[in-house]
Design a protein around this ligand. Sequence first.
Ligand code: ZN
Length: 190
Amino acid sequence: MNRDLLEKAIRDMIIAIGENPEREGLKNTPKRIAKLYEDIFSGVGKDAKKNINVYKVKNEDEMVILSDIPFYSMCEHHFLPFFGSVHIAYIPKNNRITGFSNLIDVVDTISRRPQIQERMTTEIADTINDMLDPLGVLVVVEARQFCIELQGRNRKNIKTVTSAIRGGFRKNATRQEALQLLKKVSSSED
Ligand SMILES: [Zn+2]
């Protein structure tokens, strides 16, 4: 990331909206935002497949579920945050699994770049599908989108939900079972 260029661009943006970049509250804003962007956009140019280590553990087609993984991302159309939870379910094939923390890292890498929720969801599913070649993958993402909420009144309760299904989860019964389990896991926390 080019920190100097970013700081200059943010300073220009402050001028462009008619503000004074030298006034006390704004003086260090370009520096602050540039530093923050290094974290928010740390997934740019990174390959999420490298987050996945493959392990062999005896598994007889049992489902693996990781739910309520928090994520924060930036909508690429408005550069405003969208954030929420990712739920992942997969059924390993030939005893091939990955670590839970590896799945969290995949979510981090893919969400920390200019994104849209729909593509983020399919990228997570495709990364797991390509690396583990499982019997099936189901990814569900629930989010709140600042660009939706800021553009109208009474929109703060809108939840956007997207899902991506690969392999065996296309079968209705398996998908139902996974969704039921996810529901149980999520509601047990409330
Ligand atoms: Zn947007």
